[in-house]
Structure formats: structure tokens, C-alpha cells
Design a binder for this molecule. Structure first.
Ligand code: BES
Ligand code: MN
Ligand code: ZN
Length: 503
């Protein structure tokens, strides 16, 4: 997608579709005038309510504009960044639906909008571009197109050119925003692609390869521990989960050091289960295919690290990804097994389907010991219980540090990837006691999201600036749940926002 900013007269903009955004307030005050000047029938204002994301197409008019089509684009009340983003997403989705490739948006009001939303021009421009990446996203890599009547129709080209028209005073900031939006948008796309790739296309080694490619391209270090090294490090959690698999595990480390001064050392840990069958504690077969998304935490760490590198944030960031699938077989770990994790802590495996916490345990204790980070954040599709608690739109999170918790909450509000804090009270420890080992990996029926977090807490070795984010809900949209199906890339923008706050 080629994206540019122009100060050029709107009448001269040649494009397949020109969007004119209106908030509901502008709609009352100005829309009539604008449309009258352009020679459009004002009856359209009976249909267009300027609801966030609403798109109404207009044809005809006086021909004053060179654009082939005009669209009215709703911004809601014009007071929230979320609505602005929503407008961008649905504008892009519509252009893709209509197979239009060159599109433009009248952002002449972006400065006013910055005031009414309490944001700035660069942030709005970035969000619009991000929204366009999101709304035009398609995962069609695995479509052969063989049965399509028209040869080109199954693989959409998406938007090839996007033009933002701004006033001279907003030009520089808009260009800055566009550059950032492109980076974030493409990192989200990378994450979504990884999530959408099914188990037979994405094994631990493939995640490692994707990380290595990104590292090479953008100049940061990627190290991959193979099974031998994982054994030597005593990562008993990762090895236990991998026991049932025909594919070797990988422990992937992304390491970015900025050129200048380091403000903070941040460890980001992402769950990389390429497919979660449950293991011997097999999941029901209905919708089991969705468990190809069980490496969404890994994908969001990869996306956030790459974005941070490309934005040259002044942080030393270490991404840690334990990767494997979770399969049943004669060699698989069995319920009741006791394993020894990297930390030396022993765990009774009450349920082989609680595998995420076993591999994260190793990554957390290794990351803490090896890098002595100032902050540790892990992100994982960890519990179905989190979907029961908060649904598909919102992630649950935990932190043992109120300042970090507030930063993560605010990052959620700003990025639109909303998170809600849950408690880490010790009274929940009762549920993960074991008779034979230090802990059990399951905590029974109640508070499944909390007991998973309490389990992880055992492996940070007293670190006092840790957070755990459970993205089981928002990482993947089951078919028919909303406009987006499949991987959402949730976490990339959230983590990046947290990192920017630390910069
Ligand atoms: N990957 C799942 C959690 C999950 C469920 C993510 C649904 C996304 C959608 C995780 O490994 C799991 O199976 N958790 C178990 C834990 C239980 C056995 C204690 C769960 O949530 O049922
Ligand atoms: Mn599981
Ligand atoms: Zn899982």
C-alpha cells in the first residue's frame, strides 16, 4: 500500500473513491453546504447519520471533483479516537469490497478533530493508516484460485494507493503519523498472518524462521535454541508439552538494543503454541481448529518488537517465545506427571490442556535470570475462562505493580485494544496446591484466569514489575462473531503503546 499526504486542492484529486468524513455535529452544520456545492441531492442526509464507520456512496453531482466516486464517512460524535479508527477500518473494508485500488480521504478537518478528541494530528493520521491496513486485510495465501471464474477475483489486491488530503498546517505532522501508521499496520498484518496460518503450515521452526527474517530485515538479533539447548537449559515445561509432538520445540529470543541510551530493559514473553489439541486431556473436537491461534501471544510479541525496532524506541527489548504444538500420542505427557521446570520448581500436570503456563513458566524464569529486565510482560491465549469473564473484545490482565498496571490500562484505552485488570490475591493459591509437587497446573473450576496468573507468578522469582495479559478472547474472532474472522493481531498495538510510554 502506497500512502501519501497532499495539500493539493481536493477538486483536483484523481481517485477511484474520495471519502468525506463528517461527525454528527458537522453533519448538522456543514454537510448540507458541502453537498450542495458539489451538486449532490440533499436527500442523502436523511439516510446518512454519521454513525462511526457508516459509509454512504454518492454518484453524479456537478462534476466539480475529479474523483470517480464520493463517499460520506461517519465519525460518530467526533470525540473519540476509537470512532476515528472505526471509520478508517470500514472505509478500507468497503473499498476492498468494491475492488477499488486508488482511494483518497479528505482530512482537511484533522486539526479540528485532534482538538475534539484530545489527540494530535500525527496520532490521528497514524490511526487512520492503521485502520486502513486492518480494514483491507485479507488472508488469502492458501486460496488456489483454481475454481474462480474470473482469474483475478479470489486474491484481492487490496488498496494500492491511499492519499490523505490535509491543510498546509497539518502536513508535516500527518506525514509523521503516516510513517508510523505504516509500520504499525504492517506489523499487525504480520501478526495476523502468523495467527491465521494453520498448524500444518506453522510449526515452532516456522515461527523461528519468521522471527529470523524480521531480525535480518530490520537489524536486530534473533537466537533460536533447538531441542538440545532447551534440554541443556532444563526447560522441563516446554519439553513436557512437546513430548507428544513429531515436531521439535524452539525457544526463540528477539533482542533489540537501541543505538543510543537505554531507558529501560523490557522482556516480552509470548505463548507460542502452534496448535493446542489439549494433549492427552484432549479438547472437544468442535471448533478445535481455532486452536491454530494459540500462538497469538508470540505473534503479538513479534509484531511489537519489530515495530519498536523500526520506530527506534530507546529501550532494550527482549522478546522470548517458547514454541511447540500440544499433541496427544504414546509419548505425550500424561495427567498426573510431575515435571521440573527451568526454575527448579516442580509441577504436577493435573491437565495437559493447561500447557501454556508450563511453557511460559520456563520463559519467565529464564528471561528474568538471564536479562535482569526492569519490566516483564507476558501475553498469552491462556484461558477459556477469560472469554467467559470478559468476552471476545477485551483482554484480562494482571500486574504486581500498580504503576505498570495503570500504564497497561491506559495503553489499552489509547490503542483501542482494551484490557481489564484482575486480582492477584494470594487467597487463590489454595486452588493450585499439589500433594506431590510444588504446584498443580490447574486450579479447578472457579477463577480459571486468576489461578493461571497465580501459577505464572511463581516463576518470576520475586520480580516486582511484572504483568500478564490473557488474550484468549480478542486474539481470534470465531467465524460469524463480527466483521473480522480469524486472527486480529490484538496485542501488537497495545504492547507498542506500553513501550512508547516507557520511552
Ligand atoms: N489455549 C487454551 C485457552 C484458550 C481457550 C484460548 C479458548 C483461546 C480460546 C489453553 O491452553 C487451555 O486449554 N486452557 C484451559 C485451562 C484449563 C485446562 C485449566 C482452559 O481454558 O480450558
Ligand atoms: Mn490448552
Ligand atoms: Zn493453549
Amino acid at each position: 500500500m502506497k500512502i501519501s499526504v497532499t495539500k493539493c486542492d481536493l477538486a483536483l484529486v484523481e481517485t477511484d473513491l474520495l471519502a468525506l468524513p463528517f461527525s454528527s455535529i458537522e453533519l448538522e452544520k456543514e454537510a448540507g453546504m458541502t453537498l450542495a456545492v458539489l451538486g449532490f441531492d440533499l436527500r442523502v442526509l436523511k439516510d446518512f447519520k454519521a454513525e462511526a464507520g457508516e459509509v454512504v456512496l454518492l454518484y453524479g453531482g456537478s462534476g466539480k471533483y475529479s474523483a470517480s466516486r464520493i463517499a460520506l464517512l461517519g465519525l460518530g460524535e467526533g470525540k473519540s479516537l476509537d470512532d476515528w479508527r472505526k471509520a478508517a477500518v470500514s472505509f478500507a473494508a468497503r473499498t476492498v469490497e468494491m475492488k477499488l485500488e486508488n482511494v483518497a480521504v479528505d482530512c482537511s478537518g484533522i486539526e479540528n478533530f485532534a482538538v475534539s478528541t484530545g489527540q494530535n494530528v500525527a496520532i490521528l493520521a497514524a490511526a487512520f493508516v492503521e485502520g486502513c491496513f486492518g480494514g483491507s486485510y485479507k488472508f488469502d495465501r492458501l486460496k488456489s484460485g483454481k475454481l474462480d471464474k474470473k482469474k483475478s477475483s479470489s486474491k484481492s489486491k487490496g488498496i494500492s494507493e491511499l492519499l490523505l488530503r490535509v491543510n498546509a498546517g497539518a502536513f508535516k505532522e500527518s506525514e509523521k503519523g503516516v510513517a508510523e501508521g505504516k509500520i504499525v499496520g504492517s506489523c499487525q498484518k504480520m501478526a495476523r498472518d502468523l495467527v491465521n496460518l494453520p498448524g500444518n503450515y506453522l510449526q515452532a521452526a516456522d515461527i523461528a524462521k519468521a522471527a529470523e527474517e524480521s531480525g535480518k530485515k530490520y537489524g536486530y538479533d534473533v537466537t533460536v535454541f533447538q531441542k538440545k539447548e532447551i534440554e541443556a537449559l532444563g526447560m522441563g515445561g516446554l519439553l513436557a508439552v512437546n513430548k507428544g509432538s513429531d515436531h521439535p520445540p524452539a525457544f526463540i529470543i528477539l533482542d533489540y538494543k537501541p543505538k543510543g541510551k537505554v531507558k529501560s530493559v523490557v522482556a516480552l514473553v509470548g505463548k507460542g503454541v502452534t496448535f493446542d489439541s489439549g494433549g492427552i486431556s484432549l479438547k472437544p473436537s468442535e471448533n478445535m481448529g481455532e486452536m491454530k491461534s494459540d500462538m497469538s501471544g508470540a505473534a503479538s510479541v513479534m509484531g511489537a518488537v519489530e515495530a519498536a525496532v523500526r520506530l527506534e524506541l530507546p529501550l532494550h527489548i527482549i522478546g522470548l517465545i517458547p514454541a511447540t504444538d500440544n499433541m496427544p500420542s504414546a509419548t505425550a505427557q500424561q495427567p498426573g506427571d510431575v515435571i521440573t521446570t527451568h526454575s527448579g520448581i516442580t509441577v504436577e500436570v493435573g491437565n495437559t490442556d493447561a500447557e501454556g503456563r508450563l511453557i511460559l513458566a520456563d520463559a519467565l524464569s529464564y528471561g528474568k535470570e538471564k536479562y535482569k529486565p526492569d519490566v516483564i510482560i507476558d501475553i498469552a491465549t491462556l484461558t477459556g475462562a477469560c472469554i467467559v469473564a470478559l468476552g471476545y473484545a477485551v483482554a484480562g490482565f494482571f500486574s504486581n505493580n500498580d504503576k505498570l498496571a495503570e500504564e497497561i490500562f491506559q495503553a489499552g484505552q489509547q490503542s483501542g485494544e482494551k484490557v481489564w485488570r484482575m486480582p492477584l490475591w494470594d487467597l487463590y493459591d489454595e486452588q493450585i496446591k499439589s500433594d506431590v509437587a510444588d504446584f498443580n497446573n490447574t486450579g479447578g473450576r472457579g477463577a480459571g484466569t486468576v489461578t493461571a496468573a497465580k501459577f505464572l507468578e511463581k516463576f518470576i522469582d520475586g520480580h516486582n514489575n511484572w504483568a500478564h495479559i490473557d488474550i484468549a478472547g480478542p486474539s481470534f474472532s470465531p467465524k460469524g462473531a463480527g466483521k473480522v474472522n480469524g486472527g486480529t493481531g490484538f496485542g501488537v498495538s497495545l504492547l507498542l503503546e506500553v513501550l512508547k510510554k516507557m520511552s
